[in-house]
Write a protein that binds this ligand. Structure first.
Ligand SMILES: Cc1cc2nc3c(=O)[nH]c(=O)nc-3n(C[C@H](O)[C@H](O)[C@H](O)COP(=O)(O)OP(=O)(O)OC[C@H]3O[C@@H](n4cnc5c(N)ncnc54)[C@H](O)[C@@H]3O)c2cc1C
Length: 447
């Protein structure tokens, strides 16, 4: 019997397979499709997710297939007034990596799948549809099986609807780099808050640009990508001679969170247990955080004698965290998707004094495997560079660690990696002297 069966080989299942493979667990992955999903979906992940890829030993490979960016995301109205900005960050951010990365999802998934090939104890079964979880023979079964999850049905999770459901057309264009209009496109992400037709424009990297276009009343969804309908919608930026339409799909963006991510040996991760509208570029990121939380707990239970109840802390920690992101995406969606001209004008007046700035939230995990204390307990610890030039996580490895004041840590008998002198400035700013970090680098406890 395998330690873990993973149902679904999308990005979340593929990252989990890497993390469990690295932990030495025996794994079988089952995926209905024989090839990577071809339609346009995620284009952005954040610095924390790059740090998770680092922990899977894949950061260098992923960096080659993606585009780091110091630019932010600008919510702009039809007249060009900037309403809101999600800040960009120059250079490495607190996670030790640039804070924003842009990519072509099939390429990212390819790198993750190549990573799995490192582990002979991880078997991958492509072209294998599972119709009943009883077909899977493993100590634990993780449903990374997406929005229509079979494992979720077997668990009987309860759905919480956060209220946003809206169809959008999503198009990837391959642009001519010599075109004057292509050169003039902004490098930052644009959220065009035009009540006549809200849109999102993203520089994916290379020649590829993403247009996400909200469907309006009266649209014929079957005709939206026909040249005489499509090009006029983006005429303020490009003309037909500037780019070629690579692929297109219509999605209804949802905001949903499931309650019940575990029942016995069945667990859920990724879109199977939450879906967000993509206005923050955080849906897949949340799934990656799920499996970073789950993987070390599965290893602790299956190999290191931790009680099975440790796995109950997975949902209690992760659900409030992902809800914070989805609630913000819904709030931003309400600003972006306003189609009533009078209400849009009223909205724009609220920002007349200047654009509002924000950063990605850094929510606290719910209660679980951490002290019951205010933040920074339960939030992610930054990743400093050590005096020898290594990133901190490299020095720790997949273990617990204690960081903090040298005098406080001196002479302690280590049950975890001790890193005296690391993170002291960050801790001192918060009037703290040391912190206990979990293998996923969330703070378990402080002194
Ligand atoms: C337009 C759009 C833009 C987005 N932009 C972003 C973004 O910028 N950043 C971001 O972080 N996220 C973004 N997202 C969200 C992101 O794409 C998803 O969250 C992510 O793909 C979910 O990954 P997953 O592995 O959980 O599920 P999926 O990718 O859906 O994978 C599930 C897999 O399970 C397989 N499967 C299901 N049932 C079975 C079965 N019974 N037997 C065998 N196999 C099965 C499926 O074939 C599939 O391969 C965007 C989404 C959309 C639609």
């Amino acid at each position: 019997m395998k330690d873990v069966a993973i149902l679904g080989y999308g990005p979340v299942g593929a990252l989990l397979a890497n993390l469990l493979g690295q932990a030495g667990l025996t794994v079988a992955v089952y995926e209905r499709e024989t090839a990577i999903h071809p339609l346009p979906r995620a284009v952005h992940f954040d610095g924390e997710v790059m740090r998770i890829f680092q922990s899977a030993g894949l950061a260098d490979h992923i960096a080659l297939a993606t585009r780091p960016s110091s630019q932010g995301m600008h919510f702009v109205n039809a007249a060009g007034q900037t309403l809101i900005v999600r800040r960009g960050i120059d250079g490495p951010g607190p996670q030790g990596w640039p804070n924003n990365w842009y990519f072509h999802q099939p390429m990212l998934e390819q790198v993750l799948r190549e990573g799995v090939n490192r582990f002979p104890h991880v078997e991958v079964h492509l072209g294998r549809e599972i119709t009943d979880v009883s077909e899977l023979d493993a100590r634990y079964i993780v449903g990374c099986d997406g929005a229509r999850s079979l494992v979720r049905r077997a668990i009987g999770s309860r759905q919480h609807d956060l209220g946003l459901h809206q169809p959008w057309l999503v198009v990837d264009l391959l642009c001519d780099p010599s075109s004057r209009r292509v050169k003039a496109l902004p490098d930052y992400t644009v959220q065009l808050c035009d009540p006549a037709r809200p849109m999102t424009i993203v520089n994916v990297g290379g020649a590829r640009r993403r247009w996400e276009i909200m469907l309006m009343r009266g649209d014929d969804p079957d005709r939206l990508t026909e040249p005489d309908v499509f090009w006029p919608m983006i005429a303020r930026w490009l003309r037909p001679q500037d780019a070629r339409l690579e692929r297109a799909a219509i999605y209804t963006f949802h905001s949903l969170v499931q309650e019940g991510w575990r029942n016995g040996n069945l667990l859920l991760a990724g879109d199977a247990c939450h879906q967000t509208p993509p206005f923050l570029g955080q849906g897949m990121c949340a799934g990656m955080r799920d499996v970073a939380n789950l993987a070390w707990k599965l290893k602790a239970v299956l190999r290191d004698g931790a009680p099975d109840s440790l796995l109950d802390t997975y949902e209690s920690e992760r659900r409030p965290h992902v809800e914070a992101f989805i609630e913000l995406a819904v709030k931003l969606g309400a600003i972006l998707q306003e189609t009533d001209p009078a209400k849009a004008a009223e909205r724009d007046r609220r920002f007349a004094a200047g654009a509002e700035m924000f950063d990605f939230p850094q929510p606290q995990l719910g209660l679980g495997c951490r002290a019951d204390a205010p933040p920074p307990v339960g939030t992610i610890f930054p990743q400093p560079v050590l005096p020898d030039g290594r990133l901190m996580d490299k020095a720790i490895g997949p273990r617990f660690a204690v960081v903090g004041e040298t005098e406080l840590l001196a002479g302690r008998r280590p049950d975890a990696v001790m890193l005296p002198g690391v993170g002291v400035d960050w801790l001192a700013q918060r009037r703290l002297r040391a912190a206990l970090l979990r293998p996923d680098r969330y703070i378990a406890e402080v002194a």
